[in-house]
Design a protein. Structure first.
Lengths: 404, 432
């Protein structure tokens, strides 16, 4: 039984308040000061201490393995604001026991856009990993752990050997989440699934005093892992679980440090990176005609495209994308890509299930979804006007004879 | 609720002979319910189910009301009556008030020869001696004789505090005071002593105080030194209403509806309107309401070049108001200070996307609205334009705001109020 420990590392570029009357002003859409402040805070509370603990664990436990997916938006912010954190990740990667996972550079909803956007973003990300860490990913994860047959086909075309997905009952159809699957439509692509009850024990419940299992010790958790039958256990978590979602005072970092030792006392348990997990015995094929994600109670796209605000904003972004793909302007294209980062749509979530609404509010950078939507639409409208101005200028240029 | 024909008021000079001051002797129609036996011994435990006789000392009542106070009283007594309580409601002047079953209106009358006249001039508009009316009203309250024993007295704002405190002491019954707004708020920090003193009499003499928002409660604690545990917050509510009529997409309309007073922030509304109007040639701005600031605001709108873009409607009737709401695309409550802001809740209940100032009490209870600093003209302008420019936004916010504004109704608010009565009656009952 191999434990596939995997963390997702991401920070979005949050928007500044961009008023309707800022249209055409040339003001930046992004709140650089605030993004920097947040990044530095999380670097202190989470990235530095947690990466340090992981490095120690790798040093003292030769059998310990983990995997990371790191977005391009995170890499850029880390480079600018806390380059030492990049160095800490490099140190992990150099052990050879940490696999990096491919995804979209901008943590975007590009998988819902017409080609070639998704392929271009995955390429950008591949290049960034290669340049920053000297590693090329073999396994793909899509934003918010989205998985579908179509995405498996895409992964196959792009040469990926595996994809990550939520171990959702609807997709597994009664089969356990503890084995490797392969895509029914792209058999060359393995599907590694998240064991969500065990993942959420750490991700959501760890610091909850009302939880019957509180406090969760590494010994107890290792015992649960050992008692789980199967070949693989996918523990897929946000990296910010380590010190940010659960503060250091909750004991999460000590829990993490002690886990490899606790696991070692169960001889049949071991660790595997997502790439090593591709060698595990195969349990059968999975099919996902519609997209499955790791979010909310429904595990669908409702968290990003569930309401009218979100759909209307995304449609507007989609329309602008078509325009920009015809316009050869890397600056505007980059701005647009920063605007299709999934987080912006997540902030427009209107609520619904109580627990889900709390999670959304925790991650939101706005007072309410209307603020998020209006601000986003202002920025997008401004970008559209800029694109239109370029198009008009180009048209005027081709029309005007070279008179002067 | 349409106002029914008023009852024919036949003063009965023999009904309350004990009233010592003949000039202030006053009558309206006698109570219709049967007198209950005087209660002896401790109060029964199931007080919420016991019918109380509530003497409510008001100032205005629909349709003769200028602000949230009258609406609040009307809705409150209606729900209290529906719960089985009896309410005697006093106002300073006679009139054709909306009739509510189980609620008995009383006002002071004076007799001249064989005929009865209103004791005071109507307190509407400019009055020669407003405090004369207030003093007379309080004097009448203090002397008031009732056929049925009162369980609890409830006074609204400062108008009737002096009389209410005296009467409560005389009857040995608990007094509740609701503060709809404080004099500090109304005067933007320059209180009128006559009013302030009356407020203080009420705040000191009441057994419990109800504030219409947390903001108002904070004011009472900070400015008036009222102990926080004596103050309960009971918010206003609205009735769900159907939005009649259609929006005209060619003439998007932004509405301010309220009194034209300094604390209302109509300046900000006009300044923001000027910014919006410059970019959106079709938008119409409406200022509905009357008040002392009207001449200045009219001048300001001219200075801002809004002459043909802002319509000043003056006072609107209930019917006109419904018609107005039906045509409104965006509702704005720009108040510098707004103890509650019931008009905004009404607009939201009608499905209109709404922009609130952060300092309004209503912003404490709703989330489906834009909330803006009252001084931030650019932000008001931007929010107005956003609601006009993005249909998905105004549609979604309108629907969510409607659901939110109507989720807690007057019945719940009346229940919260009745709980306070019960608590007080029980304490009094067991201590006597």
């Amino acid at each position: 039984m191999k434990i596939v420990l995997y963390f997702h590392v991401h920070q979005p570029w949050r928007l500044a308040r961009f008023r309707y009357f800022d249209l055409g002003s040339g003001r930046s859409y992004f709140d650089d000061a605030r993004n920097r402040e947040i990044f530095l805070r999380i670097a202190d509370k989470c990235y530095r201490p947690a990466l340090g603990r992981l490095a120690e664990a790798l040093d003292t436990h030769p059998e310990f393995r983990l995997s990371l997916s790191i977005t391009g938006t995170w890499i850029e912010q880390a480079r600018a604001d806390a380059p030492d954190v990049i160095e800490l990740v490099r140190r992990l990667v150099r052990t050879g026991r940490v696999a990096l996972v491919g995804e979209t550079y901008y943590h975007s909803l590009a998988f819902l856009l017409p080609p070639p956007e998704l392929a271009e973003e995955v390429d950008l990300h591949r290049t960034a990993l290669l340049e920053t860490f000297g590693v090329e990913p073999k396994v793909l994860r899509m934003t918010e752990l989205a998985y579908s047959d179509e995405l498996a086909r895409f992964a196959e075309q792009q040469g990926f050997k595996g994809m990550l997905a939520e171990g959702w009952e609807g997709m597994l159809r009664g089969r356990p989440p503890t084995q490797r699957y392969f895509s029914a439509v792209a058999p060359a692509v393995s599907v590694l699934v998240r064991h969500y009850p065990l993942s959420d024990d750490v991700g959501f419940r760890f610091s909850s005093r009302s939880w019957s299992e509180y406090p969760l010790t590494s010994e107890k958790y290792a015992r649960w892992l050992a008692e789980t039958p199967g070949d693989l256990i996918g523990l897929f978590l946000d990296f910010e679980t380590l010190g940010e979602h659960h503060p250091a005072s909750s004991g999460i970092l000590d829990f993490l440090s002690a886990l490899p030792t606790a696991v070692r006392s169960h001889p049949h348990l071991g660790w595997a990176t997502v790439e090593e997990a591709l060698e595990a015995p195969v349990g059968g094929s999975v099919s996902a005609p519609t997209t499955v994600t790791w979010a909310d109670q429904n595990r669908d796209l409702g968290a990003w495209l569930g309401n009218d605000l979100q759909r209307s904003a995304f449609e507007a972004a989609k329309g602008l994308g078509r325009l920009l793909h015809h316009l050869d302007d890397p600056e505007l294209l980059t701005l647009w890509r920063k605007l299709i980062t999934s987080d912006h749509f997540y902030y427009m979530y209107l609520g619904g299930h109580g627990a889900d609404a709390d999670v959304h509010q925790y991650f939101s950078s706005y007072g309410n979804p209307y603020d998020a939507y209006a601000n986003y639409m202002n920025a997008l409208t401004d970008l559209r006007q800029r694109a239109q101005a370029r198009i008009d200028a180009a048209a005027a240029e081709t029309r005007a004879p070279v008179a002067r | 609720m349409p106002a029914e024909p008023p009852p024919v008021v036949e003063p009965d000079p023999t009904a309350e002979e004990s009233t010592p001051d003949r000039t202030l002797e006053a009558f309206s129609d006698p109570p219709r319910w049967i007198r209950r036996p005087v209660r002896a011994g401790p109060a029964p435990l199931r007080l919420l189910t016991r019918r109380l006789h509530i003497l409510m000392i008001g100032w205005e009542f629909p349709p003769r009301s200028t602000g949230g106070l009258g609406v609040h009283c009307y809705e409150l007594v209606q729900e209290l009556a529906a719960m089985g309580h009896h309410v005697t409601f006093t106002v300073p002047v006679p009139g054709e008030y909306s009739e509510v079953r189980g609620v008995h209106m009383r006002w002071p009358m004076r007799r001249s020869g064989q005929r009865w006249f209103p004791a005071y001039e109507p307190p509407v508009g400019e009055m020669p001696d407003p405090m004369g009316t207030v003093d007379g009203y309080n004097h009448w309250i203090a002397q008031l004789a009732l056929r049925e024993e009162v369980d609890v007295l409830h006074v609204h704002d400062w108008f009737g505090t002096v009389g209410a405190v005296k009467l409560a002491r005389r009857l040995r019954r608990p007094l509740v005071m609701t503060v709809h707004s404080t004099e500090y708020d109304r005067s933007l920090g320059h209180p009128w002593t006559d009013v302030l003193e009356r407020e203080k009499v009420g705040l000191a003499g009441a057994d419990r105080i109800i504030a219409v928002s947390r903001h108002t409660k904070d004011q009472l604690v900070e400015r008036y030194g009222v102990a926080p545990e004596r103050v309960n917050v009971v918010y206003n509510a609205v009735r769900p209403s159907e939005r009649i009529g259609q929006l005209d997409p060619a003439r998007p309309t932004v509405l301010y509806l309220g009194r034209l007073a300094a604390m209302k922030g109509v300046d900000t509304f006009l300044q923001a309107a000027a910014r919006v109007a410059a970019r959106n040639p079709n938008v119409v701005f409406i200022v509905a309401g009357e008040g002392p600031e009207f001449p200045r605001l009219l001048k300001l709108s001219a200075q801002l070049g809004l002459g043909d873009r802002v319509l000043f409607l003056g006072r609107v009737t209930e019917e006109e108001r419904m018609g107005l709401l039906a045509r409104t695309s965006v509702f704005v409550l720009p108040s510098v200070i707004e103890p509650f802001g019931i008009t905004a809740l009404e607009a939201m209940a009608a499905g209109i996307p709404t922009i609130l100032s952060k300092t309004s009490g209503v912003a404490e209870v709703v989330g489906s609205a834009f909330v803006v600093d009252f001084w931030d003209v650019d932000e008001f302008a931007s929010r107005m334009t956003e609601l006009l420019a993005y249909p998905a936004l105004s549609r979604t916010m309108g629907a969510a705001g409607r659901a939110e504004a109507t989720q807690v109704g007057w019945a719940e608010r009346a229940l919260e109020t009745a709980r306070i009565y019960a608590e007080l009656v029980q304490t009094r009952g067991s201590s006597r």
